[in-house]
Write a protein that binds this ligand. Structure first.
Ligand SMILES: Cc1cc2nc3c(=O)[nH]c(=O)nc-3n(C[C@H](O)[C@H](O)[C@H](O)COP(=O)(O)OP(=O)(O)OC[C@H]3O[C@@H](n4cnc5c(N)ncnc54)[C@H](O)[C@@H]3O)c2cc1C
Length: 317
């Protein structure tokens, strides 16, 4: 049964898993198909386009959005979790096919959990099989949806930084860049076996950083500081900043309510012209934010910091 909601400015519809591939120990690739995807699209490159998946609760029904209107989210939240399932955020890694055969490719991290059972998104991906049904919330061609944060403007040099949850976004961004793009991408993954092959412009160096047992974020932090020419001990204090679990700061939005418009252009060194896009675990992103914004005084308008998940905190929904 489909739940097409033509009255809403996005796709909110049932889709089916049409392909599953275990890319590596930590990544499961699912391909989602459905007639509604004929309407999928955005105005321009997808870059880090985010989508929502509403996954059925264990042994529960596929959540129904029949008759949904503008209050669909509040109405959905009001239902018991066994009925409404779990809403999780992911990235469109790729789009294949066309028309009614359009399929969205989504790469999902199958993560070990330090605090007990894996989250529902991880658990769903680990057992995903062709024929599984779920609900997709995604941009519909011709309607504004948002959800693309990668906006480098006229930057002359890129810095892309992500842990495994941001690997799909960075890989998608790399695939959409102009061939003459210049910069570097640092990607931290759980193990050496998770290093993927990704096409990228020649001028963008792609550095994979397998954790292989190190602390989450440690390889990323060391590599990014080195890239920026900053020695770790020389930068600020080692006091961890307070971590905003909803950390989301882009040139146009600040989760902490910081002034965005009118921020001074302070950069007085060779970071002029850089655009940094940094996503992953909130604590790791917060630490890198401190280096770029507080220590190196990079203009807020040159950076996007996004907490994709927070250690020990389940995503809402
Ligand atoms: C814009 C955006 C795009 C995203 N794109 C992707 C994507 O393409 N692929 C992807 O896999 N994720 C992506 N994420 C991250 C994903 O939404 C979170 O990891 C989410 O918490 C996973 O849900 P869950 O049900 O598995 O775990 P939750 O129920 O949210 O959390 C359960 C427990 O697992 C922990 N946890 C959550 N994620 C991880 C992890 N990766 N490693 C270790 N522990 C973890 C939590 O801290 C918590 O303790 C994205 C997030 C955002 C905001």
């Amino acid at each position: 049964m489909t739940t097409t909601q033509q009255s809403l400015p996005m796709i909110l519809d049932e889709v089916e898993v049409v392909r599953v591939e275990r890319l590596s120990p930590s990544f499961v690739r699912v391909e989602l198909g459905g007639a509604c995807l004929a309407d999928f699209g955005v105005d321009g490159p997808l870059y880090d386009q985010r989508i929502k998946l509403v996954l059925p609760h264990e042994d529960g029904p596929v959540p129904s959005f029949e008759g949904a209107d503008d209050s669909w989210y509040a109405t959905w939240l009001d239902r018991p979790v066994a009925e409404r399932g779990h809403m999780r955020t992911y990235t469109v890694r790729d789009v294949v096919g066309e028309g009614p055969d359009t399929r969205l490719v989504v790469d999902i991290v199958v993560h070990p959990d330090d605090h007990g059972a894996p989250g529902p998104g991880c658990a769903w991906a680990a057992r995903a099989a062709v024929g599984d049904r779920l609900v997709l919330i995604a941009p519909r061609r011709g309607d504004f949806y948002g959800g693309i944060e990668f906006q480098p403007g006229t930057a002359s040099r890129l810095l892309l930084v992500g842990d495994e949850t941001a690997v799909p976004a960075v890989c998608a961004i790399l695939g959409h860049l102009r061939p003459d793009a210049v910069g570097a991408a640092f990607l931290e993954v759980p193990t050496s076996a998770d290093v993927l092959t990704v096409p990228h412009p020649e001028g963008v160096e792609v550095v994979w950083l397998p954790r292989d047992g190190a602390d989450h974020g440690a390889p990323l932090r060391a590599a990014v500081l080195h890239h920026l020419g900053v020695g770790a001990p020389a930068v600020g204090s080692d006091e961890p900043d307070e971590v905003d679990p909803d950390l989301w700061e882009t040139p146009t939005y600040s989760s902490s309510g910081e002034e965005v418009e009118g921020a001074a252009t302070v950069v007085g060194h060779d970071l002029d012209g850089i655009y940094a896009w940094i996503a992953g675990e909130s604590g790791v992103v917060t630490a890198l934010r401190r280096v770029l914004v507080k220590d190196l005084e990079v203009d807020r308008r040159q950076v996007a910091f996004m907490g994709y998940w927070r250690r020990g905190v389940a995503m809402r929904g």
